[in-house]
Design a protein around this ligand. Structure first.
Ligand SMILES: [Zn+2]
Length: 155
């Protein structure tokens, strides 16, 4: 499996370890609802008054729920890559176990026109930008499972 070296651009939102890249979420200890991003002070479930959350890795695969091509830069915490703004595709992927929909850019080289609602998507890591010290800052992106890139036989 290929590994991208660098550090996450958004600390605490996702991580990479021996199991590969995965998002970091929060689960309410009272009702079990999952949340992403993992920072929150109270449970958003109106039927729950939980305030204690377990931090845990989320599924790295889900179904494409929606997507759109962005023709303007999003607001922070988005970090614009250097140079002129280039339109890109954003995907909303629903993680089945968590019943959570997570936004992310679509991986480089995946045309918007190739996406189909409901297709299986997996999390990948790509370099977002390189900081002043020359360290690669990484972010998660979504890529169709069927688009390949790995041989799928590493187990
Ligand atoms: Zn709750």
């Amino acid at each position: 499996m290929s590994t991208v070296s660098g550090v996450p651009a958004l600390a605490g939102w996702y991580d990479n370890d021996d199991d590969g890249a995965h998002l970091l979420g929060a689960r309410c200890e009272r009702c079990g609802s999952y949340y992403f991003p993992p920072r929150l002070s109270f449970c958003r479930n109106p039927a729950c008054d939980g305030e204690v959350f377990e931090q845990l890795p989320l599924s790295s695969q889900g179904q494409l729920w929606s997507f759109s091509e962005q023709h303007y830069p999003p607001p922070p915490p988005w970090v614009a890559p250097p140079g002129d703004f280039v339109p890109f595709t954003v995907a909303a992927v629903t993680l089945e176990r968590e019943q959570l929909t997570v936004l992310g850019q679509v991986a480089a080289g995946i045309p918007c026109a190739s996406l189909v609602i409901g297709m299986e998507m997996c999390l990948v890591e790509e370099v977002l930008y390189t900081d002043d010290e020359g360290t690669a800052r990484l972010t998660w992106k979504w890529r169709p499972v069927a688009a390949g890139g790995g041989d799928g036989n590493d187990g």
